[in-house]
Design a protein around this ligand. Structure first.
Ligand code: CP
Ligand code: NVA
Length: 308
């Protein structure tokens, strides 16, 4: 049985197989065909943090696959009153067919998976957001930006950055990360990504200069400067991230016709200007919609690998 907790556990071939499946499932859906790949299955969806896209896309996704989604907020579960995660895992995984969890520590996901009888999917942790990257890469494929891409990530060295590191290092493309000093990516995750990059031929560049990262990039991306759980640091972060907003002047440094991706929610005039956001709204909202298609593919793939 496989889980989907980080792209670190997936080979290039597996990632591309899931992307191909997403393309196929999306095509079927656009024709109004919803094949019941997961008929009568139930997806438990545990949320310890807020969500718009992850909740809606997983709930609609499992419904379109012929199953049912069960929204479980940690505020309402006994988990919120201190029931151990490993007990929650042993109970819920006897009743549902798959579980998605959005939580804080990656180790919480790992603990749940260790005690689960069914596949577990990360819906984001402090360390990674792998399903988002599947949607992002699917969008790159659709916009034909997957051929020798140069991706520039400008902003906080956070869960999104870590997932970009894994995606680039597994698939073998160029990723340039620019963060303010003190907001660099996790050193252990970077070391792992560099090891994968050696095998795949990916070029990973880490620095503190956003302009250098964006110059000639074919895909530019960023994320909030204040992730969920960091609200108390907001004022300091905003001060420390000055000069990192992706605005028109910054985008002018990228390759002509470069695409701009943002996992959303987007905070205007912080990590991205209103003008850049609206100029790239089609790409950004295709990216958001692709959460639905990519995650359906992840769920179908995990169901097919239950006994592997
Ligand atoms: N991008 C993303 O995961 O959005 P939500 O936080 O709304 O789920
Ligand atoms: N880095 C952001 C991503 C939100 C989808 C956060 O963790 O809040």
């Amino acid at each position: 049985m496989r889980h989907f907790l980080t792209l670190k556990d997936y080979s290039k071939e597996e990632i591309l197989e899931i992307i191909d499946l997403a393309i196929k499932i999306k095509k079927q859906a656009k024709k109004g065909k919803f094949k019941p790949y997961l008929e009568n299955q139930t997806l438990g969806m545990i949320f310890e943090k807020s969500s718009t896209r992850t909740r809606v896309s997983f709930e609609v996704g499992i419904h379109q696959l012929g199953g049912k989604g069960l929204f479980l907020s940690s505020n309402d579960l006994q988990l919120g009153r201190g029931e151990p995660m490993k007990d929650t895992a042993r109970v819920i995984s006897r009743m549902v067919d798959m579980v998605m969890i959005r939580t804080f520590a990656q180790s919480t996901l790992e603990e749940f998976a260790a005690y689960s009888r069914v596949p577990v999917i990360s819906g984001l942790s402090d360390s990674y957001h792998p399903v988002q990257l599947m949607a992002d890469y699917l969008t790159m494929v659709e916009y034909k930006k997957d051929q020798n891409p140069i991706v520039a990530y400008v902003g906080d060295g956070n869960n999104m950055t870590h997932s970009w590191l894994m995606m680039a290092s597994k698939l073998g493309f160029e990723l340039r990360v620019a963060t303010p000093k003190g907001y660099e990516v996790d050193a252990t995750i970077l070391a792992e990504a560099l090891a994968f990059a050696k095998e795949s031929g990916a070029v990973i560049k880490i620095g503190n200069d956003p302009k250098e990262a964006i110059a000639g990039a074919t895909v530019v991306t960023t994320d909030t400067w204040v992730s969920m759980g960091q609200e108390a640091e907001k004022a300091k972060r905003i001060a420390d991230f000055q000069g990192f907003m992706v605005d028109d002047a910054m985008m002018d440094l990228a390759e002509k016709d470069a695409m701009f991706l943002h996992c959303l929610p987007a905070y205007r005039d912080y990590e991205v200007s209103e003008s850049v956001f609206e100029a790239h709204a089609d790409e950004i909202f295709d990216e958001a919609e692709n959460r639905l298609h990519a995650q359906k593919a992840v769920m179908v793939w995990l169901d097919r690998h239950r006994n592997s």
